[in-house]
Design a protein around this ligand. Structure first.
Ligand code: ADP
Ligand code: MG
Length: 248
């Protein structure tokens, strides 16, 4: 964490509730090429939430995460991340793992993660980068170029990059896709640890059991609409599968 909640709470002009709300979307719609991809999505995620977004392919999960990242704008509605709608200060609080790993192919894993850490002014950037890679089980390939890596390895390097600056909000898009069992457990452990330190986490994926096990809250999108927002403990794998209509 780079700033304490108490500093933010005391900041003049802070919007009511902004200190305790990580993500606030109100009536968010997004059209791409005239087609509705998100329709009137409203959701409030308090700081420290762990949320899984589920839904069929094309339901709008990745777009929702990109809107939350402030990398892409909404066509309509209001997006507030820690009370702000855009800008470098809010981006610095966000870690994002997208479909595209956003890594430099020609650089090594360590160079990629260190570069990102330096950009964010992380003290001891290189050693922190190495530690993140080791925690994610990719320390052995720290000096390998990203272009030589399998999808599952590059994915974990991307997660190391997303977490190296201690973000307050982690957006992880299908971060478990294609991982072997051991790697999946490592990634689950790293996410749970970040959450334990207060990071708000929003993931999306297709594994019903894993979503219920890891997250506190589950959102379901259907053709861009938020059709379910429920506490994980109130769901069973069967009821969630039914809600997903077999299209998770
Ligand atoms: N950059 C884009 N250009 C055109 N269509 C897009 C773009 N991004 C997303 N879409 C469309 O928006 C819909 C939702 O996509 P996406 O958010 O990737 O869904 P999901 O992650 O749930 O599979 C899909 O129909 C997809 O084809
Ligand atoms: Mg997607």
């Amino acid at each position: 964490m780079t700033t304490s909640a108490s500093i933010r709470l005391g900041r003049p002009g802070a919007r009511a509730g902004s200190a305790s709300t990580a993500v606030s979307l109100r009536g968010v719609s997004k059209s791409i090429d005239g087609r509705a991809v998100l329709s009137e999505v409203s959701v409030e995620l308090p700081r420290g939430s762990f949320v899984s977004v589920m839904g069929a392919n094309g339901a709008g999960k990745s777009t929702l995460l990109r809107v939350m990242s402030t990398l892409t704008g909404a066509t309509e509605g209001e997006v507030r991340i820690f009370g702000e709608s855009r800008g470098a200060a809010v981006r610095a609080k966000i870690g994002m793992v997208a479909h595209e790993t956003m890594l430099y192919d020609e650089l090594t894993a360590l160079e990629n993660v260190t570069l990102f850490a330096r950009l964010h002014g992380v003290p001891g950037a290189a050693s922190r980068a190495r530690l993140m890679l080791e925690q994610l089980g990719v320390g052995a390939v720290a000096h390998a170029a990203v272009r030589s890596m399998s999808r599952g390895v590059a994915q974990r390097v991307a997660l190391a990059r997303a977490l190296v600056h201690g973000p307050e909000l982690l957006l992880a898009d299908e971060v478990f896709a294609g991982l072997d069992v051991g790697s999946r457990e490592l990634v689950e452990g790293v996410l749970t640890e970040a959450w334990g330190k207060g990071c708000t986490i929003v993931t999306c994926g297709h594994d019903v059991e894993q979503s219920l096990r890891l997250s506190e809250r589950v959102l379901v999108l259907e053709r861009g609409r938020l059709v379910m927002d429920e506490w994980a403990h109130r769901l069973t794998a069967g009821s969630l599968r039914e809600r997903l209509g077999g299209r998770a």
